[in-house]
Design a protein around this ligand. Structure first.
Ligand code: GLN
Length: 480
């Protein structure tokens, strides 16, 4: 049962072939057996999962995700379930409400099994910044699964849940999806409600689907995309039927290949896998067009100013008064703030708060924050130019495959540079998907990244599906 796709599980539950309860028991057993090796989960809610499955079995209407086990990134609020963002500062926090995207998945019949590990407040690319210890890559447990949605991607790759929620601010869905060999999509900014997603950088954050197949990702996104009155930045635009043209192929599609996406730091195994993927798309009838996104290299610098600036503002709410951790002993109000925040936040989060506060401070605002916003516009202009010539942009999701745990942990700049190919899409607000594209010589997964213009999710899913149909890398399962 753990090898079934979400679509197969749902269809079987609807047809009475199996019960949601049987499906969830198989996945809970898998979690109990495998998760001690991977630490993908911070909290497993077996009782809640069983109760949700029983409700699906008892109900006469079986929704589009009926009986499908679902892992939830631990920065999404779930009523009554510990939601920590992998931070000590939120230890013990049990939200009194559900995130809208989660609420919609539950209404569709999904069965939430637990909350997954992440870099603290989603700041990182490896899950090593979790206050509760790193997750491990199912393909090689000495390596990181990527991040920040590393727990979600490891859980899906290791068959602990066929679907997982992730959030992507600068690559946190696509990069770990690539490193774990699963499908991950960051939707257009505004496609999905952010209500109940703990804010990191509000102008960039988006919730998106993680799955083993493109069809599952499409089916999952369908269930939670769309306008929400509780998030004024969610677009009041109609959600198309993502499965309708999924099998329509890539014939006639113009695929842009930006030369900047194949820089000097690209791993040769990644390069070979992506070259093969591009040739395959061409063989399927797509036209490859060499393009340039000249400001790609400035993405990291702009992102690592803008995201920390927004974070420094968003994280001001953790003051030891209303949420989570408060220092035991302190000498007055300012000391209480200082001690509570120093004890509650990890090193990377503190670094971002300091960087962001500095970049926004009087005298530096124009030099850093405003400048970064101007670069953001140039990056967006690059894409707008590209759409005059191509329908989709293709390249690697990450220049390197999964790296060893500890390898970059003490070098923030090296860690930031991992995001060079993923930060530009959220800066421009456009959608992107990472699809399994084979393996390096060492057997580590590679992700093919496809980017499209605003609201082109259906096209990205269709292109991803066309590629997946010929390759079927998703059928390979890590030996655990
Ligand atoms: N790795 C990036 C960062 O550390 C992106 C994280 C994310 O998308 N949440 O900010």
């Amino acid at each position: 049962m753990i090898d079934l796709t979400a679509a197969e599980i749902r269809d079987g539950v609807r047809a009475g072939k199996w019960k949601a309860r049987e499906v969830v028991e198989a996945h809970l057993a898998r979690i109990a057996a495998i998760d001690p090796k991977l630490h993908a989960f911070l909290h497993v809610d077996a009782a809640g999962a069983r109760a949700a499955a029983d409700r699906v079995d008892a109900s006469s209407s079986k929704g589009p995700l009926a009986g499908v086990p679902l892992a939830v990134k631990d920065n999404m609020c779930q009523r009554g379930i510990p939601t920590t963002c992998a931070s000590k500062i939120l230890e013990g926090f049990r939200p009194p409400y559900d995130a809208t995207a989660l609420l919609r998945a539950l209404a569709a019949g999904a069965v939430p099994v637990g909350h997954t590990n992440l870099d603290e407040f989603a700041m990182g690319s490896s899950t090593e910044n979790s206050a509760y210890g790193p997750s491990r890559n199912p393909w090689d447990t000495t390596r990181a699964p990527g991040g920040s949605s590393g727990g979600s991607c490891a859980a899906v790759a290791a068959r602990m849940a066929p679907l997982a929620f992730g959030s992507d601010t600068g690559g946190s869905i696509r990069q770990p999806a690539a490193l774990c060999g699963v499908v991950g999509m960051k939707p257009t900014y505004g496609r999905v409600s952010r209500y109940g997603l703990v804010a990191f950088a509000s102008s960039l954050d988006q919730i998106g689907p993680i799955a083993r197949t493109v069809r599952d990702a499409a089916m999952f996104l369908q269930a939670f995309a769309g306008h929400d009155a509780l998030d004024s930045t969610s677009a009041p635009a109609e959600v198309p039927d993502y499965e309708k043209e999924l099998e329509a192929g890539v014939k006639g599609l113009r695929v842009g290949v930006p030369k900047e996406f194949f820089g000097a730091g690209t791993d040769p195994g990644v390069r070979a896998a992506i070259d093969a993927a591009l040739r395959l798309l061409q063989k399927q009838g797509a036209t490859l067009v060499e393009i340039s996104l000249p400001h790609t290299d400035y993405g990291i610098a702009a992102y690592y100013v803008i995201a920390p600036c927004e974070a420094s503002s968003n994280l001001a709410r953790y003051d030891g008064v209303r949420f989570g951790h408060r220092a035991k002993s302190f000498d007055g109000l300012v000391d209480m703030y200082r001690k509570s925040r120093t004890e509650g936040f990890g090193e990377e989060v503190r670094r971002r708060i300091l960087l962001g506060t500095f970049a926004l401070s009087s005298g530096y605002y124009e030099a850093y924050y405003k400048k970064a916003l101007q670069v953001r516009r140039l990056i967006k202009n690059d894409f707008d130019e590209a759409w005059k010539k191509v329908d989709v942009i293709a390249g690697p999701t990450s220049p390197i495959p999964a790296f060893r745990i500890g390898e970059k942990a003490n070098d923030p700049i090296a860690m930031y540079l991992c995001d060079v190919l993923t930060v530009t899409a959220p800066l421009a607000g456009i959608p992107g998907i990472s699809v399994p594209a084979g393996f390096t010589g060492e057997g580590l997964p590679v992700g093919l990244q496809l980017l499209g213009k605003e609201w082109s999710e259906a096209m990205l899913l269709r292109a991803g599906r066309a590629y997946e149909r010929e390759t079927e890398f998703w059928k390979r399962s890590p030996a655990l």
